[in-house]
Design a binder for this molecule. Structure first.
Ligand code: BG6
Length: 452
């Protein structure tokens, strides 16, 4: 089939995600020739195509190249308006698109809109059940809790097959997150000590300096647990804790993640802490939505006995940083060491942002005649080795969905496990107080005596 006949349809095309992530990704992808012939942008605002392009360029602070601009068409549409879908179908068919050509519908909208949009697409014969070239790409979060996720999935399954669904978690497209399995399983020095006997705790952190900004409506319903923990952070925990997959195919990797997620639970001996930045309440008076979380988890498998997993995220904190940090248990240099030659615990850091690379902190003798121990650092800079465009997560995910590669997309079974954990964290956290923190506060919310 000639891919050049394909279509990309973006729902939520006037939203923040389209301007800040999807169009920058398409612009980067267009440098090596976009495979789709037309990009239909669908939103509620009354705009023509030229006005839409201006809107995206201004809001996204980008300049779209000629080949990308030529592919874009804007179509005004309310999600539930059958006539607007019919006129979209007419406009698409007028341009001679084949019913069997590839069509990727990117739903950058709230989860409540997934089923209404799929229903209308189906009704307008734009989306055929079971057609492998008709694909739905769904932004996270998939639901608001386990129950609503199951309800959405059941209703979608009346309209499409699981094979047609591509559930996005854009963290899975990030370079260093794609590198976790290689670092773990491709290196005996790490794989042999990747267990609770050697590792005291693993911290998975993704914090940022920005606030909720234009996404208040969505965010106030979601909160940090659904926005970040349920998806990105739990996927990172799964990658860092899973057993070696049978092979590197999507099914084996997903199965290994599901197996470990099924053993993950909030630590009953620790507090789950949620916070809200001061000033959020001025935008949403009376809201108890959390903008930051620190959750302490355990995995009840023999491999992870004794290891604490700590996941942290928050808006309006002091820095933007994403990383996975392993704290090894301290070791003894000699059988009856004196305190003066105590070796400090090693740390291994997989850095995702702002640096992309790996840091290993280990002990060394200080240079010179005296004998003293100091902690030193070996650093690998992954991004330093990239020439040209830096790989961006949304480019990778769009390309994979276009090609039908599901490796970096979450299965429903994974999501169910993630929702079970997120729901349990939320229930435990709500037993405590909502901590109000000052914007720009140190990255980590104090969790009351559970020091790292
Ligand atoms: C998104 C969340 O999934 O991830 C946002 O909805 C968050 O609230 C963003 O800001 C962070 O992504 P990144 O790639 O900037 O770390």
């Amino acid at each position: 089939m000639d891919d050049r006949g394909g279509l990309l349809c973006i729902f939520g095309a006037t939203g923040d995600l389209a301007a800040k992530k999807i169009f920058p990704a398409l612009r980067q992808w267009s440098d090596d020739a976009l495979p789709m012939r037309r990009i239909w942008c669908l939103g509620r605002r009354s705009l023509d195509t030229a006005q839409y392009i201006d809107f995206i360029e201004t809001r996204g602070n980008i300049r779209l190249g000629q080949s990308l601009r030529e592919r874009i068409r804007y179509h005004q549409l309310e999600f539930g308006d059958a006539a607007a879908y019919q006129s979209l179908a007419n406009r698409i068919h007028e341009q001679g698109f084949d019913q069997d050509a590839r069509r990727l519908f990117f739903l950058a909208v709230k989860p409540e809109a997934f089923v209404p949009i799929a229903l209308q697409l189906h009704g307008a014969k734009l989306l055929a059940n079971g057609h492998p070239e008709h694909r739905l790409m769904l932004e996270k979060p998939f639901g608001g809790n386990l129950q609503s996720a199951v309800a959405i999935q059941q209703r979608l399954m009346d309209l499409v097959s699981e094979e047609q669904l591509y559930r996005i978690d854009h963290y899975l497209g990030k370079e260093m997150i794609r590198n976790v399995l290689t670092i773990r399983f491709g290196n005996r020095i790490f794989s042999e000590s990747w267990h609770g006997g050697a590792i005291d705790r693993i911290e998975v952190t993704s914090i940022e300096t920005t606030g909720v900004e234009e996404r208040l409506d969505y965010y106030d319903q979601a909160g940090a647990i659904n926005d970040m923990v349920q998806s990105h952070l739990l996927q990172m925990v799964a990658l860092v804790a899973m057993a070696a997959p049978d092979d590197l195919g999507p099914d084996s990797i997903r199965q290994a993640k599901i197996d470990i997620l099924n053993h993950l639970r909030p630590d009953p001996e620790a507090k789950q802490v949620i916070g809200q930045y001061a000033g959020y309440g001025d935008q949403m008076p009376g809201s108890a939505t959390e903008t930051a979380v620190e959750a302490w988890l355990r995995i009840d498998t023999p491999q992870w006995a004794g290891t604490r997993f700590i996941v942290r995220t928050g808006k309006k904190l002091a820095e933007k940083r994403t990383e996975i940090r392993l704290h090894y248990r301290p070791t003894q240099l000699c059988v009856s060491c004196s305190e003066t030659i105590e070796a400090r615990a090693n740390q291994l850091v997989i850095e995702v942002f702002p640096h992309e690379g790996v840091q290993l902190q280990f002990n060394s003798k200080t240079p010179g005649y005296k004998y003293e121990i100091e902690q030193v650092m070996a650093e690998y800079c992954h991004s330093c080795r990239m020439i040209g465009n830096k790989p961006e997560a949304y480019v990778k995910l769009l390309q994979d969905a276009w090609e039908g590669d599901k490796t970096l997309f979450a299965s429903f079974a994974e999501l169910q496990a993630q929702w079970r954990i997120a729901d349990a964290i939320r229930a435990a956290a709500r037993q405590g107080d909502l901590v109000i923190y000052a914007p720009g506060a140190p990255a980590i919310i104090s969790s009351g005596g559970q020091s790292c």
